[in-house]
Ligand binder design. Structure first.
Ligand code: BG6
Length: 514
C-alpha cells in the first residue's frame, strides 16, 4: 500500500502542544488502573513531549506513602506496562513532578491539605495551574470525592476560564438508571457539565475515533448507510480472558454493565448516529443521544431481545480453564452473566427495520472487537438469480482490535474458463499503513481532558439514555436468578441462545477463525 496521507487525528495532536499549566490529581493512586494504564499513559505523553510545560502529578490514596516510594512504584509500573520502553533519562525529567498525598476520601481535612498542596505547587511553578481531578477509585467513594472537591473549593477553581477545574470520572458510571441519575446529581451540585469528563476508554481507541472519519470523510458511504441498503449490523466485543483476579468487582457487574451498556453502545452510537452539524463535542454528543433515544425498549423474557450466558470450563488458548463459578471470589450460585447479546431496533427513518445485534463476552473463542455492516442482497441480482454463482452479501467490517483495520467484502470473478465467482476482501490494516505504534486510549483521553476537549467523553444525558434501555432488562434478570442463564464452554462463541437470537431473523453471527 502507498504511503499514508497525513492522519487527521495525528495532525490534531499538535494542538495539544499548547496544553495549559496543569496539576493532575489521581484519586486511587495505588489502584490497578493507575498502575497499568494511567501512569504509563502519562509517561508516554512525556516521551512525546505532549504534557504541559508546567505539569505536576499528585497521587492521592488512603495509604501513607512518602513521595519517594510513590515515585519508585510509578517507575516500576511504567517499566512493566508502558507501550514504549522505560527510558531513565525521560523519567528523571518526569519524576520531579510526581507527588503523593495521603488521605481518606470522605475526610474534608484531607481535601484542605490537598488544596494547600496544589497552592504550594503553584507557588513553585510561579504560575496558576488548572486542576484536573481523576477519580479512579471504586465507585463506592465517587460521591465522597466529588462532594469534597466541591466543599474544599477545589471544584470551583478558575470557573468559567479555559483553565477551570475539571473532573474525570472513571467507570462504572452507576449501576443502573437510578444510581446514574443520583451520581449525575451529586456531580451537578459540585461541577458544571462543562467541567465533567466521564470516561469510556473505548472512545480513546484510534479505530473508534476513525469511525467518524470513515463515515463522514468518505461521502461514498453515506448514501448506503441506511435501511434501503443495510440488511443488519453486528457489533462484537469478545474477550479471550476470564474474570481473573477481578471476581469481586465483576460479580456485581456482569457483561451487560461492564461492557455492553457502555463500550458496545458507544460503538453502536458512532456507527448509527446521523451526521453531526460540526465536529464540536456537543454536536457529536447530541447526535449520539438522539440515536440512543430512538432505540425501542427491549422485549424481555423468553424469545425476547436479549440472551445471557455464563462460561463453563473449557479450552482457552489451548489451556484448560475453570468455569466462572470456579473462579476466585465468585459465589457458588452466582447468576452473573459473563456473556450478553441483544437485538436492538432503532426507530428512526434511517434504520427502521434493520436489526442491530450486539454481543460481548469473556472467555470467548478469541479477542476481537468489530463492527460488521452487512448490506442487502438484491433478490433479483443478475448473478444471484443464476444458480451457478457464489454471491456473498457485501459487507464492511471495521475491526476495532486487534489487527486494527477495515475490510470490504466484494464479489469477484475467479480466473479461468468456468463461470465462477468468489467473495474477496479489500483490506486496510493500520499496522501495515501507519505502523503499529499507535497511542493507548488513555494517552489521548488524559490529554484531551487537560486541553478541555470533551468530544471523547460521555455526557450525563448519554449515560442515562443507555441505562434507561438496560435497567429493565437487568432487573428482570436479577429477579429470574439463574433461570434462563445459559452456559457456554470457555473458548466458544457463546451460548446457543445467541445464535437463535439472530436465526429468528435469518441471520448468523460472523464467527471467524484466526
Ligand atoms: C473494561 C472492563 O472496561 O474493559 C474489562 O471492565 C474489560 O472487564 C476491558 O476487560 C476491555 O478493554 P480492552 O481495551 O482490553 O478491550
Amino acid at each position: 500500500m502507498s504511503a499514508p496521507e497525513r492522519h487527521p487525528f495525528l495532525a490534531g495532536l499538535s494542538k495539544h502542544r499548547g496544553a495549559p499549566p496543569t496539576c493532575l490529581v489521581i484519586f486511587g493512586a495505588s489502584g490497578d488502573l493507575t498502575s497499568r494504564k494511567l501512569l504509563p499513559a502519562l509517561y508516554n505523553l512525556a516521551v512525546d513531549n505532549l504534557l504541559p510545560a508546567d505539569f505536576a502529578l499528585v497521587g492521592f490514596g488512603r495509604k501513607p506513602l512518602p513521595d519517594g516510594e510513590f515515585r519508585a512504584a510509578a517507575a516500576r509500573d511504567i517499566a512493566k506496562f508502558s507501550r514504549r520502553p522505560f527510558n531513565p533519562e525521560i523519567w528523571s525529567r518526569v519524576e520531579a513532578a510526581v507527588h503523593y498525598q495521603a488521605g481518606a476520601y470522605d475526610d474534608p481535612a484531607a481535601f484542605a491539605a490537598l488544596a494547600s498542596k496544589v497552592s504550594d505547587l503553584e507557588r513553585a511553578a510561579g504560575r496558576a495551574l488548572q486542576l484536573v481531578s481523576y477519580v479512579s477509585t471504586p465507585p463506592t467513594v465517587f460521591d465522597a470525592i466529588v462532594e469534597n472537591l466541591g466543599r474544599s473549593g477545589l471544584a470551583a477553581r478558575g470557573l468559567g476560564s479555559a483553565a477551570e477545574s475539571k473532573v474525570i470520572i472513571e467507570k462504572p458510571f452507576g449501576h443502573d438508571l437510578g444510581s446514574a441519575v443520583r451520581l449525575n446529581a451529586v456531580i451537578a451540585r459540585n461541577f458544571r457539565e462543562s467541567q465533567v469528563y466521564r470516561i469510556d476508554h473505548y472512545l480513546g481507541k484510534e479505530t473508534v475515533q476513525d469511525l467518524l472519519v470513515l463515515r463522514f470523510a468518505n461521502p461514498i458511504l453515506e448514501p448506503l448507510w441506511n435501511r434501503a441498503h443495510v440488511d443488519h449490523v453486528q457489533i462484537t466485543v469478545a474477550e479471550e480472558l476470564g474474570v481473573g483476579a477481578r471476581g469481586g468487582y465483576y460479580d456485581h457487574s456482569g457483561a451487560t454493565r461492564d461492557m455492553v451498556q457502555n463500550h458496545t453502545m458507544q460503538l453502536l452510537a458512532l456507527t448509527a448516529m446521523d451526521a453531526p452539524g460540526s465536529l464540536s463535542p456537543e454536536a457529536i454528543r447530541d447526535q449520539k443521544v438522539r440515536l440512543l433515544d430512538a432505540i425501542r425498549a427491549l422485549r424481555l423474557g423468553p424469545g425476547g431481545d436479549a440472551v445471557r450466558g455464563q462460561y463453563a470450563e473449557g479450552l482457552s488458548a489451548g489451556e484448560r480453564v475453570p468455569g466462572y463459578l470456579g473462579e476466585k471470589d465468585i459465589p457458588a450460585a452466582s447468576a452473573t452473566e459473563t456473556f450478553s447479546a441483544v437485538r436492538l431496533a432503532i426507530e428512526n427513518d434511517r434504520w427502521a427495520g434493520v436489526p442491530f445485534y450486539l454481543r460481548s463476552g469473556k472467555r470467548m473463542a478469541r479477542r476481537v472487537s468489530e463492527i460488521a455492516v452487512q448490506f442487502r442482497q438484491p433478490v433479483d441480482g443478475l448473478f444471484a438469480r443464476d444458480g451457478r454463482y457464489d454471491i456473498a452479501p457485501n459487507r464492511l467490517v471495521i475491526q476495532i482490535q486487534p489487527d486494527e483495520g477495515s475490510t470490504l467484502v466484494l464479489n469477484s470473478k475467479v480466473p479461468g474458463l468456468e463461470p465462477r465467482t468468489q467473495p474477496v476482501r479489500l483490506s486496510f490494516r493500520y499496522a501495515a499503513t501507519y505502523g503499529s505504534d499507535t497511542p493507548e486510549a488513555y494517552e489521548r483521553l488524559i490529554l484531551d481532558a487537560i486541553v478541555g476537549d470533551r468530544t471523547l467523553f460521555i455526557r450525563g444525558d448519554e449515560t442515562e439514555a443507555s441505562w434507561r434501555l438496560y435497567t429493565p432488562l437487568l432487573e428482570s434478570w436479577a429477579s429470574a436468578g439463574r433461570e434462563g442463564l445459559e452456559s457456554y464452554a470457555s473458548g466458544s462463541w457463546g451460548p446457543g441462545g445467541a445464535d437463535a437470537l439472530l436465526a429468528a431473523q435469518g441471520h448468523a453471527w460472523r464467527n471467524t477463525g484466526r
